[in-house]
Write a protein that binds this ligand. Structure first.
Ligand SMILES: Nc1ncnc2c1ncn2[C@@H]1O[C@H](COP(=O)(O)OP(=O)(O)OP(=O)(O)O)[C@@H](O)[C@H]1O
Ligand SMILES: [Mg+2]
Length: 280
């Protein structure tokens, strides 16, 4: 739900924001949530990076593919693809309505319908139905990097006392949570400010109690921080404590995707300099 509401904030340009609702059907073992906005619609935004898209049907079919985004410098194209994967693998489904088309995806396959002759949905409407009685292997389905070791492996005991020689940010205390790009950006700015405040101190991120973050949050905060700082400074000054395996896998994936993107940029610019600023 964070991914889909984040899309409203990042893409829709809806003057009135969006509407979100969620219902849990205990007896049916289902959770259903809907997110709607009256913004630009998927075809309009996706055309920014995919000028060849012909109509609403094609835009919806493209938008749910992994890696498809209107702007690879802003997003990674994980949100809708991940939602599709989670809903259909749980035995549920996802429906997208935007402009003149409706796309439905479930484990049975996908169907796309054009209703241009009858009506139009000006904006974007997403319905996700997730079954709660099945186990969904998230890291496998979302192609997250394999996990090794335990949470203890990444706790740096030298800085156990937060009052000595390190800054400590407890993620659970962060007011914006860890579901959106804007929360990721806020935390990245905070890390940068602390790193500048005392160049001798590392920043310890304490993930105690955090079981899940959104890919967008991981990318906006740590994917971009990694590129801005460079691998050596990042590993020297950013430490993670008590990070759950799934969170670690999501963060690793975000960082690896940013590295791949920078390598591609460096290649295309034939050696001209690339910094984190290029990613904004
Ligand atoms: N509510 C929306 N309004 C307009 N366009 C949208 C909306 N939601 C998604 N899109 C379009 O669909 C594309 C794919 O969305 P998706 O969530 O999969 O990736 P992303 O948001 O670009 O990147 P990420 O989710 O990894 O941060 C977006 O780039 C955007 O063009
Ligand atoms: Mg998204």
């Amino acid at each position: 739900m964070n991914e889909i509401t984040d899309n409203v904030l990042n893409h829709s340009a809806s003057p009135t924001g969006g509407v979100v609702g969620m219902t849990r059907f205990t007896a049916r073992h289902e959770v259903v949530f809907c997110v709607a906005d009256s913004g630009l619609g998927i075809r309009e935004t996706l055309r920014e990076g995919h000028a060849n898209i012909q109509d609403d049907q094609e835009a919806l079919e493209e938008a749910v593919k992994a890696g498809v985004t209107r702007n690879p410098l802003l997003g990674q194209g994980n949100g809708l693809a991940g939602t599709r994967t989670i809903t259909s693998n749980s035995g549920g489904e996802m429906t997208l309505v935007s402009g003149h088309a409706r796309l439905n995806v479930s484990s049975a396959g996908s169907t796309v319908v054009d209703f241009s002759s009858t009506r139009q949905f000006p904006g974007t409407f997403v319905v996700a139905r997730i079954r709660t009685d099945s186990r969904v292997p998230l890291d496998e389905l979302l192609s997250l990097p394999s996990r090794t070791g335990t949470a203890q492996d990444i706790i740096d005991m030298r800085y156990e006392d937060p009052h000595q020689d390190a800054f400590v940010i407890r993620l659970l205390d962060e007011p914006d949570g860890f579901g959106s790009r804007s929360a990721g950006r806020a935390l990245r700015v905070k890390c940068n400010n602390l790193l500048d405040a005392n160049p001798r101190y590392p920043v310890h991120l304490d993930w105690s109690g955090v079981t899940m973050v959104s890919s967008s949050f991981a990318d906006e905060c740590l994917g971009k921080l990694f590129v801005e700082m460079g691998a050596t400074a990042y590993s020297a000054r950013i430490r993670h404590r008590a990070m759950a395996g799934l969170v670690q896998a999501l963060v690793d994936k975000a960082i690896m995707q940013r590295i791949a993107q920078v390598m591609a940029l460096v290649g295309s610019k034939r050696g001209s300099s690339v910094s984190g600023d290029n990613l904004e």
